[in-house]
Design a protein around this ligand. Structure first.
Ligand code: ADP
Ligand code: ASP
Ligand code: MG
Length: 418
């Protein structure tokens, strides 16, 4: 079986959905499982719905309406005839969402978040599956929540591999085109959970692992994995081959083209990962597999914006030793701050973190009792794998460098915006 993942950009409008159909005709769709994200920026739009809901804002109705309108325009474009079943199916999903928003009693933000954002994927896959059937490609729509089981850590749920493996081995019908949702799972009480933003790549890897798939292909708006994000670097080049290890490093440092959790399950079973263009599906793209680290061998640039640089020093000039460090890290873990760089000296300790869940303020109140805490918001972290002098100059040119760290293969540079 082959697993294909289509992200938001590939299904952002009616033309995108038609393109998925045409692409499948070209590359084949028998014995394929499609993992699909929410259309375009729907997850962001649903985050606005959640904010309005918690703010008790009068804009709530309009923000739901906006998501509805966006999808309705796509269905009208694709199907024209309003008697098609898809209209009822999508309306039903919006009805369920509205029912939830009217009747939910839980004050738990993360729980509500997952119940609401999940509609993005439920709707996109419903539309795509109906379209495939409409185009005479026999398609099975699957509710991923019956397959991927997780703990109840809403917004960042961890997979229960045993239960998931069991569900997938028993119940996926091969020889068919199966379509399911990326990013979602469900907990023991069958409430919806999500695997973290951009988690659909990971969903594809979970299925591939449990199905012993032949390969995973993630279809992108770029030709493959490049040595830099082409949005920020004019001369980015395509990497033809990358080893799992190198890909894990790139994803870990923040190359958003592959979600970092995706690679481990694939590497364990040596399932190749292809990253290809949904615009030119017959081109080779990038192959991630065992073997050559990087072909061609080029410096790779990764940019992470909106980082927080925190410097801690001891109040009484005592050393920052293991026990302090372990205490600091357990706080980072507890408050879900992702650490992207560490630098320490005898009496000070600097970390560059990402505060995805806006928890730093609360954590700082605790840290400040024990350490002198300085922090700079909004810094940019550049990572260069396989750096050389020219590569470092490209990054540093015209910027204010506030920290630099070099190891054998990787250079990291933090710059401030002002
Ligand atoms: P999806 O639609 O699957 O969610 P994303 O938008 O998450 O796709 O990922 C594709 C984007 O990743 C590209 O448009 C590109 O701007 C960005 N990107 C970041 N780093 C790289 C890289 N090293 N190579 C290619 N694209 C990259
Ligand atoms: N729709 C989700 C997100 O935007 C998951 C994904 O696209 O991978 O984060
Ligand atoms: Mg994405």
């Amino acid at each position: 079986m082959r697993v294909f993942k289509f992200g938001g950009a590939s299904v952002k409008d009616a033309a995108g959905i038609r393109n998925v159909h045409d692409l499948l005709k070209q590359v084949g769709y028998e014995d394929v499982l499609l993992v699909v994200s929410a259309m375009g920026k729907t997850t962001n739009a649903l985050e606005v719905v959640i904010k309005d809901y918690f703010d008790k804002s009068p804009a709530l109705k309009a923000s739901v309406q906006e998501v509805k309108k966006y999808h309705n325009e796509i269905i009208i474009d694709l199907f024209e005839d309003e008697k098609q079943e898809v209209f009822g199916a999508v309306n039903k999903l919006f009805g369920d969402l509205e029912y939830f928003l009217e009747n939910n009693k839980s004050p738990n933000y993360n729980f509500v978040y997952d119940q609401v954002v999940s509609y993005g994927e439920l709707i996109s896959t419903t539309i795509l599956a109906h379209y495939m059937n409409f185009k005479a490609i026999d398609t099975q729509w699957i509710d991923v929540r019956h397959f991927i089981k997780t703990n109840a850590n809403y917004r960042d749920a961890e997979v229960d591999w045993e239960a998931t493996q069991n569900n997938i081995s028993k119940n996926i019908k091969r020889k068919k085109l199966n379509i399911t949702q990326g990013f979602l799972g469900s907990d023991d009480n069958n409430f919806t959970t999500t695997l973290g933003r951009e988690g659909s790549d990971y969903t594809a890897a979970i299925f591939a692992y449990c199905l012993n798939a032949e390969s995973v292909t993630i279809w992108k708006d770029v030709p493959g994995v490049m040595n830099a994000d082409p949005r920020y670097f004019e001369n980015a080049s395509l990497l033809h081959q990358i080893s799992y290890r190198e890909a894990i490093e790139l994803a870990f440092y923040g190359a958003t083209v592959i979600h970092p959790k995706t690679l481990q399950p694939l590497q364990k079973k040596e399932i190749p990962l292809y990253v290809k263009s949904f615009i030119n599906p017959l081109l080779k793209g990038t192959s991630v597999s065992k073997g050559t680290a990087l072909e061609p061998y080029l410096p790779c640039f990764i940019v992470k914006r909106n980082q927080l640089l925190i410097s801690l020093s001891s109040i009484d000039f005592s050393f920052i030793m293991e026990e302090h460090i372990s205490e600091i890290f357990s706080l980072f873990h507890q408050y879900k701050l992702k650490v992207n760089l560490i630098q320490n000296s005898a009496i000070s300790f600097s970390v560059c973190v990402e505060d995805k869940f806006d928890n730093f303020k609360e954590m700082n109140a605790i840290l400040s009792k024990k350490f002198k805490v300085d922090f700079t918001e909004n810094v940019t972290l550049y990572t260069i794998r396989h750096f050389n002098d020219t590569a470092a100059e490209t990054v540093e040119n015209g910027k204010k460098v506030i920290l630099k760290q070099v190891s054998k293969e990787t250079m990291q540079i933090i710059t401030s915006e002002n």
